[in-house]
Design a protein around this ligand. Structure first.
Ligand SMILES: *Cc1c(COP(=O)(O)O)cnc(C)c1O
Length: 404
């Protein structure tokens, strides 16, 4: 693997034209799209449009498109997970949606009380489940991600899992794990925060019950963008939500005293939608229109593969933590090094943006719509140079920041 080969791969990239829509930060190589996706001019236009409507028309904005904006955003998102529009709501944060999804999962299995969650799960997922357990008297079983199936028993109502692990980039087999959870009579809730926008997902085909995900990572919706929640059509007749805000009512503007759920996943709507943030997300999702998801996943596999090969060649002292089989990883590669934090700071000073997860992981995200193979090549050259010269070992690179 060399620079010329990377240039060839970029020349053959069927997604190459999408990169022009992004405004990447200066001359830097941005490998942190798994934490915060990059900016597009379409986002600014959409936000200015919504703000302009507010300035010009004030309250009339609701009847000039705002009230339909959540479903317009869901309409752009649904194809990325293979969903029907009635199965998706764009709403709230991933954390709030986890609460709604796990509680809905418990309600689908009223005779069972156990929630199984992976030990390595993203903290918010674990925290939310602990709150649900206190509220509902459900019991929690924590199991290693690799052997979650061993924890399934006749009491298991819900299994909550991240498809791609935020720390290691390890990917589980969505269809297989879902089938095993179903064989045990339980309901699966997938957290797809690190999958959507980078991998080819088809939730109905995989028979997924419920899922949630983030919109500010590979979907590029902007900091704190509204998240999404998915509920399979097979469950809509018995689907229950505990957070019954008026926007999840069948007829919110009837102001009726009694709760009647909106159809399908729309019942997961909660309070008044955040129009400016929704406009940003709606604008951001335009780049995915009529995109071939297999090409998206192939680019993800190719970028991560090139990165791993180059790290093996050029940085023999760092350990690649992420699985080498592309079917077993997402769009992220993590490397282990004792001085991960200082290395990430030193890389940033040289224009290569990744991030650090304590204690010793360097994390790099490869957003398939705007990262090129040649960027990967250049990034590894900088990393190799820092390691060879020990240039990372300077006091300013050891200082801690509030957000790592
Ligand atoms: C990023 C991420 C979240 C984020 O949750 P927020 O409520 O948006 O802060 C949740 N779960 C996983 C697995 C994530 O990677």
């Amino acid at each position: 693997m060399d620079r010329d080969r990377c240039t060839e791969l970029d020349a053959d990239d069927p997604l190459a034209d999408r990169r022009a829509r992004f405004r990447l930060p200066g001359e830097r190589i941005y490998l942190d799209g798994n934490s915060l996706g990059a900016f597009q001019d379409a986002v600014l236009e959409a936000v200015l449009g919504a703000a302009g409507t507010w300035r010009r028309d004030a309250i009339a904005g609701w009847n000039a498109g705002w009230v339909e904006l959540p479903s317009a955003a869901a309409g752009r998102l649904a194809p990325l997970i293979g969903a029907h529009l009635s199965e998706v709501a764009v709403v709230d944060s991933t954390s709030a949606n986890l609460f709604k999804a796990v509680v809905a999962g418990l309600a689908l299995r009223p005779q069972r009380r156990r929630i199984v969650v992976a030990e390595e799960e993203f903290p918010t997922d674990r925290y939310v489940v602990s709150g649900i357990a206190e509220l509902t008297a459900a019991e929690i079983a924590v199991a290693p991600r690799a052997s979650v199936e061993d924890a399934l028993d006749p009491h298991t109502a819900v299994v909550l899992l991240s498809h791609v692990d935020y720390r290691t980039g390890d990917r589980l087999e969505l269809e297989e794990v879902t089938a095993r959870v179903h064989a045990a009579g339980a309901v699966i809730v997938w957290d797809l925060s690190h999958s959507v926008g980078a991998l080819a997902l088809d939730l109905p085909r995989a028979d997924v019950d419920l899922a949630v995900g983030c919109s500010y990572k590979f979907l590029n919706g902007g900091p704190g963008a509204p998240a999404w929640i998915y509920a399979s059509r097979t469950h809509h007749d018995e689907l229950a939500t505990a957070l019954r805000g008026w926007f999840g009512h069948a007829e919110p503007f009837e102001f009726a005293p009694d709760y009647v759920p909106a159809p399908g996943a729309q019942r997961f709507h909660n309070g008044t939608p955040p129009i400016l943030s929704l406009a940003a997300l709606h604008g951001a999702l335009e780049v995915f229109e009529s995109l071939d998801l297999r090409a998206l996943e192939a680019k993800t596999a190719s970028l991560t593969d090139v990165f791993i090969r180059l790290v093996d060649q050029r940085c023999p002292d760092v350990e690649v933590v992420t699985p080498r089989d592309p079917a077993r990883r997402g769009a992220q590669v993590s490397l282990r090094h004792e001085h991960a934090h200082a290395l990430i700071r030193a890389l940033a000073a040289r224009g290569v943006i990744g991030d650090h997860r304590p204690p010793d992981l360097l994390r790099f995200g490869f957003a398939p719509l705007y990262v090129r193979h040649v960027d990967v090549y250049n990034a590894v050259e900088v990393l190799a140079d820092l390691l060879e010269t020990d240039a990372w070992d300077r006091p300013e690179f050891h200082a801690r920041e509030r957000v790592p």
